[in-house]
Ligand binder design. Sequence first.
Ligand code: URP
Ligand code: ZN
Ligand code: ZN
Length: 485
Amino acid sequence: MAEFDLVVRGGTVVTAERTVQADVGVRGGKIVEVGAGLAAGRQEVDARGKLVMPGGIDSHCHVEQKSSAGVMCADDFYSATVAAAFGGTTTIIPFAAQHRGDSITSVVQDYAERAKKSVVDYAFHLIVSDPTPDALNVELPAMVKRGITSLKIYTTYELLRLKDDQVLDVLLAADRERALVMVHAENHEVIQWIARRLLERGHKAPKFHATAHHPIAESEATHRVIALTRILDVPALIVHVSGSDAIETIRSAQTLGAKIHAESCPQYLFLTADDIDRPGLEGAKFCCSPPPRDAASQDAVWRALKDGTIGIYSSDHAPYRYDESGKLPKGDATTFKDMANGVPGIQVRMPLLFSEGVGQGRITLNEFVALTSTNHAQMYGIADRKGTLNVGADADIAIWDPQRELTLTAAMMKDNAGYTPYEGRVVKGWPVQVLVRGQVVVDDGKLLAAKGSGQFVPCGTPAPLAGTRPTRDNAAGAFRRLIDS
Ligand code: URP
Ligand code: ZN
Ligand code: ZN
């Protein structure tokens, strides 16, 4: 009897910590041995000349989710997870989005049903837009017990944004439950004020989206949210950080000892505001919030990924079609304020970073694995199962051909957006085989997974909240006892 169900043989095994020549033995969907010369498996995957890495974890993507304006995004859990798998991602963490008035419990029930179509594994974050006492004191604890241990809040979007006192309520409740708060930080009133003045002056084109979402509106809200976390001495993760101003704000808070973590995305490395300035309404395809900035901001994001200021690289996949259903709700009369915000990127997130990051010597292979997979697993409390090739982990494996060159086109994208912002870009390095729990999901351009083969992954305590509780025998602790006992 074969000792292994499957052996990935002869590849270069790359994790966040090391690079070794080894075979990977899989049994029962788990990695059971990593070493040279393993015995034959019932199934063998030839990885000679290839890189064998943990499957990616995309911990920020919007799937089968309505925007705050009620627009359903273009992907369901099947199309999004197929696209994820083709790009080397084996776990996604999208959102179960509470809109105002919704019960979190029924929202999560709905998303759990929708996600049954997935072909890769999935967890959930909540989006909390209505932090009532019931939501924070009854529903949130129940969700954490169920394995949903992170939540996103917004300082912008009229129907999602929280006031500062609500942010404090959420931060306090999340810390009590050991849930991690992710924050979309932009100053709503500044954005609205600029947008109003632009529209009054007849400036309607997509490129004015970038003008309205001023970088200082982002860094101001980032600073404010960090200040709120410091008042309570609690952690937070600032998501989709777009450039220099916000990065400087985050870096100085981290230097002061604030428990602030940060995430960025492909659109801030590979697009700029110039992409939004395309003829007609074409620029709408590149509009997301915060918007892509400039070359100096791209450099700042690269530096922050390298020096650890930003530890998480996600897609913020928010797919909307370039038609009335998404980007152009008013057809030719659509202004920059009408378009659905967001860009697709779940399939190309990792190949872009591999090609331009590892290929151009900006990051190492091990840093690539950390930024795309391992750090996500740690951040969201799934590091015992995901983001690693250690014995005992799920056999979620992406086998990359570092020499494979591809030109990105809309036709090769498996998502439903109908376009890619990266059309025509050449990437070198591609995941040619992708395994989820030891099952081959993608084999050289062919989907082998059955709809619904993905499983829910309950998250444990996020790393920023793990470990022993602080004694709080400091000024922040005395303050916490006064306001929270
Ligand atoms: O523009 C974006 N990022 N749209 C998706 C929603 C969000 O704020 O993450
Ligand atoms: Zn956001
Ligand atoms: Zn998002």
